[in-house]
Design a protein. Sequence first.
Length: 241
Amino acid sequence: MTQATQNALSGRPGLNLAEQLVEVLMADIRSGSLMPGMKMPSESALITRFGVSRTVVREAVSRLQAAGLVESHQGKGSFVLMVPTEHRAGMNLSTVSTPEDVAELIGFRLGVEVEAAGLAATARSDAEADGIARAAAAMRSMPAQTSQLLEADFNFHRRIAQATGNRFYGELLESLGPAMIAYPAHRLPPLDQAGNIGPDEIICREHEAIAEAIADGDVDSARAAMRLHLSNTRNRLSRKK
């Protein structure tokens, strides 16, 4: 652990205990003391180390989950997904911690990314269309619940924003970062033995439909495909809760 985690919480003005704990744990992830794939300290360990309640610990972990930095698995604990980046100073997605917050985030993305998909269908170059298609295809080879998958998903949406011909779309998504991507906690394999489509396959097909519409220059279909994907994402996250 870093020196920060060896000490008590800072008591920094304006931050409650959960927010202070989030800062300390994020510092550990940035420093490499907690690396992607590693298990987070248990609730009991955090309670003992920092002298806080179980409620505070759970709120802090929930905030880290909402920011896309950790993923919790029932009966196994929480695991680090990705390293937070310092340069994204737009929205503070660590404050997205409730089902209502997540629903609002998806609603915001609908307002931005549906139009971005339509603009990309009009403005994208052949190279950009190919890059978007390759980004969608890359998601199929990524293991579920890993930082690589989150980065691949974010890369797909970022490429669309960059293909709009309006730099502010790209800058906005860069400011959000991979933390804007959220997945249900329990995802099935792409196809089960009976040949039924599972959530992974559905998500991949949604991305590929968006990429195809953009490549075809079909503005209405690109918007509709993005709207369907984000609406389905909201529904999947609602079922997760």
